[in-house]
Design a protein around this ligand. Structure first.
Ligand SMILES: Nc1ncnc2c1ncn2[C@@H]1O[C@H](COP(=O)(O)OP(=O)(O)OP(=O)(O)O)[C@@H](O)[C@H]1O
Ligand SMILES: [Mg+2]
Length: 696
C-alpha cells in the first residue's frame, strides 16, 4: 500500500517536471476529482463547468488564490503534445522504470574515468543497436577559484612528499603522479589553454524485456569498461536518474567528476563510427543516431559518386550543397548543367557560366589536345600517346554525329583524322606539339571529301560546319578555365545536339584535368542525356575509371534509374563510384536498386517513403540513412522551388522600384537646383566663352 502511494506521487511529480508547471505534487486524495476534470476537458465539455463548481462554496467574490487555482486547472485541462507522447503509466521501481507498454528503462552513471582517454570513445555507445538516451552535464568552474584550490593541493602534496623523504620512507609513485598532473594542469590553466569543468555522464537504456536489458547492460559495461570508463546502475534513485537523461537539462543525480577541456572534448557525442571523420564536408544528418555525416570523398578508394532519385527528390539540391562546401576545400568544380539551374550558384560563388548553343559566342574545338602533363611517370604524357587517345575520343564523337558507322567507314575515318592532324604538323612520331594549332572540323571535312569512300561522311559532317548546326563545333576553342567553378549550360541546345555537346565538353574538361594535378570534381546532372548513346556512355565510363589517378571525382546524377541500370555501362559506373546517394525512389525502380546496392528491406522501405532530401548514403561499404540539410543562406542559393524563386524575384523587383523611387525626388531636386546642361550645350557654352574671350 505504502509502495502504491509512493508510485502515484512520483509519477505526479514526474509529469509536473515534464509539463514544467513546477507546482507541488498533488496529494493522492485530490487525484480522482482532478482526473475527472481532465476527461471532461479532453472530451469537450466546457471547461468552465468544473471551475465555477469548485468556487461556488463561497461565491461572493473571487480571491487571487482561487483565480490562480482555476487558471491552473484550466491549463491542465488543455490537451498538449505531452498527452499524446507520454506513456499511459509508469512504475518506478528500485532498479528499473517500467513504462506502460512493457518497455523497461534503466539508467547508468559513469563513476570512474581513466587518466587518459582517446577521442571518439563514446561512438561505440552512440552507434550501439539499442534505444538509449545519453546525457552529458558539463559545469564550467571558475579558473581563479580552481587555481587557488590547486595551489593549496600542490602545497599539501609537496609537504607530504617531503615528510616521507625526511622520515626515510620509500617513494609514493601515486602521490608523485598526482602532483605532476596537478602541476601540469596549473600550467595549462594559467596559460589559458585549458579550463576545468565538472562532468557527469548518464545513460538510460530501454529494452523490451529483462533478458534484453541484461544483455545490453553487459555490452555497455564491457564496451565502456574496456576504456576504463566504469559505470553503475543508479539503483534506488531510478526516477531521478531517468529525469536526468530526459531532454530537460535537470541533473538530479549530480555524480560529477573534474575534467579539463581536452579530455572533455573527446566525449563529443555527435560522432558515428560510420561516417564521421575529422576532415571533409558535411553531407547531412545521420538519421539513425542524429550524428553528423562528415567525410571527404577524396579519402575513399575513388572520388566518384552517383546520385539516383525520382524527379524533385532533391538530387540537384544535395549536389549543389556538396559543391558549395567543396569549393571551400580548395577543389575546382566543373558542372554540366542541362537545365540552367546552377546559374545562381555560379553567380554567388564567383564562378563562370558558359552557355553553349548555336547562337552562343563560346566554342570548344573537339580536336584540342591536352597540354602534356608535368608528371614523368605518366605514360600518356608522350605526345604520340596523347594524339592516339585524342583520336580514339574523336571516333566516339563522330559516331555520335554520323549515326551508324560501318567498319570500313571507321577505317577511312581513322586515317582521315590522322591526316587532318598531320596537315597541322601534328603526327604520331612528333616529339612536341606545343605551339601547334589543332585542326578544326572544316579541315576534316575537306580531307574526307578528297578521300575515296569518305564523301558520304563529309556530307553528313557538313551539317556541323556549314549547315544549320554550324558555329558550335567548328571553331578554335575560346573558353579559358580560369575560375574555380565552371558551369557549362546546355539547355538552349537542340535536343539532338546535346549528347555531342556534352561529349565535347567532357573531352575538353578531361584535357584540362590531365594538364595539371589538382583536386577536381566534375558534376554531370541529368546524366541520362549521355548514357542513352553507347558511344558517349562508354566515354563517360572510361573517364570514371581513370579519374582516381588524376585526383578527379565524377558525380553522375540521374532520375531515370531503370534505364541507367539497364544500360551496359550503368552498372559498371555504379561499381566504380565509391560514394552513392539514393533519395526517394519509385516502386518500379526500387527492386533493381536493392539488388545493385545490396540494400536491406528496411532501407528499401525507407527509400520508398522518403521525404524530400531524405535517403540512404553509401560510402564504401558503409550505409547510413541521411537527411540533407542546408543553412538558410545555402538554401537561398541552391533551391529551385518555383514558388520561392518567384517570390524572391518579386521582392527584388519591389526593392529595386523602391530604391528608384527614393532616388528620383533627389535627382529632380538637385536638377532643379543645379540644372545640369546637356553635353552639347556644355560644349557650346565652352565655345561661346572662348569666342567671347577672343572677341574681348
Ligand atoms: N534537403 C532539402 N531541404 C529542403 N528542400 C529541399 C531539399 N532538397 C530539395 N529540396 C527542394 O525540393 C525541390 C526539388 O529539389 P531538386 O531540384 O534538387 O530536385 P531534383 O531531384 O534535382 O529534381 P529533377 O530530377 O527534376 O532535377 C527544390 O525546390 C528544392 O528546394
Ligand atoms: Mg535536378
Amino acid at each position: 500500500m505504502a509502495e502504491n502511494t509512493q508510485k502515484k506521487q512520483t509519477t505526479g511529480s514526474l509529469f509536473d517536471s515534464l509539463l514544467g508547471t513546477g507546482k507541488p505534487a498533488p496529494s493522492a486524495g485530490s487525484n480522482p476529482a482532478k482526473s475527472g476534470g481532465f476527461l471532461d476537458l479532453i472530451l469537450g465539455s466546457p471547461p468552465q463547468n468544473k471551475a465555477p463548481k469548485k468556487k461556488s462554496a463561497d461565491d461572493d467574490g473571487i480571491s487571487e488564490g482561487e483565480m490562480k487555482t482555476t487558471e491552473q486547472l484550466y491549463e491542465e485541462g488543455l490537451q498538449k503534445v505531452i498527452d499524446v507522447i507520454s506513456p499511459s503509466a509508469l512504475e518506478v521501481g528500485v532498479r528499473k522504470i517500467q513504462l506502460g507498454d512493457g518497455t523497461i528503462a534503466r539508467t547508468f552513471f559513469a563513476y570512474n574515468w581513466p587518466s587518459q582517454i582517446h577521442p571518439n570513445w563514446l561512438s561505440p555507445i552512440v552507434n550501439y543497436e539499442a534505444a538509449m538516451d545519453i546525457a552529458e552535464f558539463i559545469y564550467p568552474a571558475s579558473n581563479a577559484a580552481v587555481m587557488k584550490m590547486l595551489k593549496r593541493k600542490v602545497a599539501e602534496m609537496r609537504s607530504s612528499l617531503t615528510m616521507r623523504r625526511d622520515k626515510g620512507l620509500s617513494r609514493d609513485p601515486q602521490l608523485e603522479a598526482a602532483l605532476e598532473d596537478a602541476e601540469q594542469l596549473r600550467d595549462m590553466l594559467a596559460r589559458g589553454f585549458e579550463k576545468l569543468f565538472q562532468f557527469g555522464l548518464y545513460i538510460t537504456v530501454y529494452a523490451e524485456s529483462e533478458d534484453r536489458m541484461k544483455k545490453i547492460q553487459a555490452d555497455l559495461e564491457s564496451i565502456l569498461g574496456g576504456k576504463l570508463v566504469l559505470t553503475k546502475a543508479a539503483d534506488f534513485q531510478m526516477e531521478h536518474a531517468w529525469n536526468s537523461t530526459l531532454p530537460l537539462c535537470l541533473d538530479e543525480l549530480e555524480i560529477n567528476r573534474n575534467m579539463n577541456t581536452s579530455p572533455l572534448a573527446t566525449s563529443f557525442p555527435f560522432s558515428s563510427s560510420d561516417l564521421t571523420s575529422d576532415q571533409g564536408v558535411l553531407y547531412g544528418i545521420n538519421r539513425h543516431n542524429e550524428s553528423l555525416v562528415i567525410f571527404d570523398r577524396f579519402k575513399l578508394p575513388n572520388a566518384n559518386s552517383t546520385v539516383f532519385a525520382t524527379s524533385g527528390a532533391g538530387k540537384s539540391y544535395a549536389v549543389k550543397l556538396e559543391v558549395i562546401r567543396y569549393l571551400m576545400m580548395e577543389t575546382d568544380v566543373y558542372i554540366i548543367d542541362p537545365e540552367n539551374e546552377y546559374t545562381e550558384l555560379a553567380k554567388v560563388m564567383g564562378g563562370t557560366a558558359v552557355p553553349l548553343s548555336i547562337q552562343s559566342n563560346y566554342q570548344i574545338n573537339p580536336f584540342d589536345l591536352p597540354k602534356a602533363m608535368q608528371r614523368n611517370d605518366d605514360e600518356d604524357a608522350k605526345p604520340g600517346e596523347l594524339l592516339r587517345s585524342a583520336v580514339i575520343n574523336l571516333h566516339g564523337l563522330f559516331k555520335l554525329m554520323l549515326g551508324t558507322v560501318s567498319s570500313n567507314q571507321e577505317a577511312i575515318l581513322d586515317k582521315a583524322i590522322l591526316d587532318t592532324y598531320a596537315l597541322k604538323g601534328i603526327t604520331l612520331d612528333a616529339s612536341d606539339f606545343t605551339g601547334k594549332e589543332p585542326p578544326t572540323l572544316h579541315n576534316l571535312v575537306d580531307v574526307l571529301q578528297t578521300t575515296e569512300g569518305g564523301e558520304d561522311m563529309a556530307k553528313v559532317l557538313k551539317k556541323f560546319t556549314e549547315g544549320s548546326f554550324a558555329g558550335l563545333f567548328n571553331k578554335q576553342t575560346n573558353i579559358n578555365v580560369n575560375s574555380q567553378l565552371m558551369v557549362f549550360q546546355t539547355r538552349d541546345l537542340e535536343e539532338s545536339l546535346r549528347p555531342m555537346a556534352i561529349y565535347i565538353v567532357l573531352n575538353f574538361l578531361w584535357n584540362e584535368v590531365r594538364s595539371s594535378l589538382k583536386k577536381r570534381l566534375i558534376i554531370m546532372d541529368e546524366a541520362w542525356n549521355i548514357m542513352q548513346y553507347e558511344d558517349s556512355a562508354r566515354f563517360l565510363y572510361g573517364l570514371i575509371k581513370r579519374a582516381r589517378k588524376y585526383y578527379l571525382g565524377i558525380t553522375t546524377i540521374t532520375q531515370d534509374v531503370e534505364d541507367f541500370m539497364n544500360s551496359p555501362y550503368g552498372k559498371p559506373i555504379v561499381t566504380n563510384a565509391a560514394m552513392q546517394l539514393l533519395l526517394k525512389q519509385a516502386p518500379s525502380a526500387v527492386d533493381s536498386l536493392q539488388k545493385a546496392f545490396n540494400m536491406t528491406e528496411g532501407e528499401k522501405y525507407l527509400l520508398l517513403n522518403a521525404g524530400v532530401g531524405q535517403g540512404v548514403f553509401f560510402a564504401g561499404r558503409k550505409h547510413v540513412a541521411l537527411q540533407i540539410v542546408a543553412s538558410p543562406k545555402e538554401h537561398e542559393i541552391v533551391t529551385t522551388n518555383p514558388e520561392e524563386l518567384s517570390r524572391r524575384r518579386k521582392q527584388a523587383t519591389a526593392e529595386k522600384e523602391r530604391d528608384e523611387q527614393k532616388i528620383e525626388p533627389i535627382t529632380e531636386k538637385s536638377s532643379s537646383l543645379f540644372p545640369a546642361p546637356p553635353p552639347e550645350e556644355l560644349e557650346k557654352t565652352g565655345e561661346d566663352t572662348q569666342s567671347n574671350a577672343t572677341a574681348a
